[in-house]
Design a protein around this ligand. Structure first.
Ligand SMILES: Nc1ncnc2c1ncn2[C@@H]1O[C@H](COP(=O)(O)OP(=O)(O)O)[C@@H](O)[C@H]1O
Ligand SMILES: Cc1cn([C@H]2C[C@H](O)[C@@H](COP(=O)(O)O)O2)c(=O)[nH]c1=O
Length: 221
């Protein structure tokens, strides 16, 4: 039976890498995928992984009808054996319904990849709809780690190395390493729930270790 599968995890846990591996394994057996992405960091019409792999993709506009797009491709003589949708958190709920329709009416597997929650730990609308509609939700095997060593389950947004909790839901960006000194750039860091709740990033934890009498934002350690 064809399925709608939602592969979910934090940022930087290998979702796009897995999407590219699924694409590679199927295309190397002569199957043809329709690959969608939206707002990939590598640019318009790309699906890229931090391991350096990248492939061409259809950039999913916010008014794009996925079902009509696949039907249009098939009607004009194209072939589609499966569908991959990366950065699925950025899709509208109606677009997730269209992907479910692709599974049910065109009998194609649809593999969607994305983060579930935003920097405030609230579900993205597209991810919420995926959780509601998917045949399976798969959590990725490779654990991204918080600076404390625990499994990272949450995405923090940082500005100037400090976690922020105000701002637009969508700001395309990348995880920042353990940077020294303040940065005005918006970045992201994956954290365990405990440190996300306490707003303790690696930089603020390091600063607190250097000056133990300074409490993190929010009080408790
Ligand atoms: N230099 C590296 N060596 C080995 N693995 C790496 C390296 N850089 C990144 N990775 C792996 O790639 C993962 C990120 O993959 P990616 O597909 O870009 O993540 P996602 O799409 O979930 O944000 C990291 O969690 C890590 O496992
Ligand atoms: C938490 C969070 C993330 N984003 C953006 C940042 C990146 O461009 C993507 C996630 O990409 P990845 O391949 O999973 O690393 O989402 C955002 O816009 N808003 C957020 O709250």
């Amino acid at each position: 039976m064809p399925e709608l599968v939602f592969f979910s995890g934090t940022m930087d846990c290998g979702k796009s890498t897995l999407a590219l591996q699924i694409e590679h394994n199927r295309s190397s057996r002569g199957l043809q995928g329709m690959i969608y992405s939206r707002n990939d960091r590598a640019g318009h019409g790309k699906l890229s992984s931090r391991l350096g792999l990248v492939t061409e993709a259809v950039e999913a506009a916010d008014d794009m009808d996925f079902y009509a797009h696949v039907v249009g491709h098939l009607s004009s003589g194209g072939r589609v054996d499966y569908v991959i949708a990366d950065e699925a958190q950025f899709l509208a709920p109606e677009q997730i319904d269209q992907l479910a329709r692709v599974v049910d009416e065109l009998e194609l597997d649809v593999f969607a990849f994305g983060i579930s929650t935003d920097f405030r730990s609230k579900l993205f609308p597209g991810s919420q709809r995926l959780v509601e509609l998917a045949d399976r939700v798969e959590v990725l095997q490779v654990e991204a780690l918080c600076w404390c060593g625990a499994r990272a389950t949450h995405n923090a947004r940082t500005v100037g190395n400090r976690m922020v909790v105000e701002g637009a839901q969508v700001v395309v960006g990348d995880v920042v390493g353990d940077v020294d000194g303040p940065s005005a750039e918006v970045g992201y860091e994956v954290l365990c729930r405990r440190h996300h709740r306490r707003r303790q990033t690696s930089a603020t934890a390091r600063a607190a270790a250097l000056s133990p009498d300074v409490l993190p934002v929010g009080g408790a350690r």
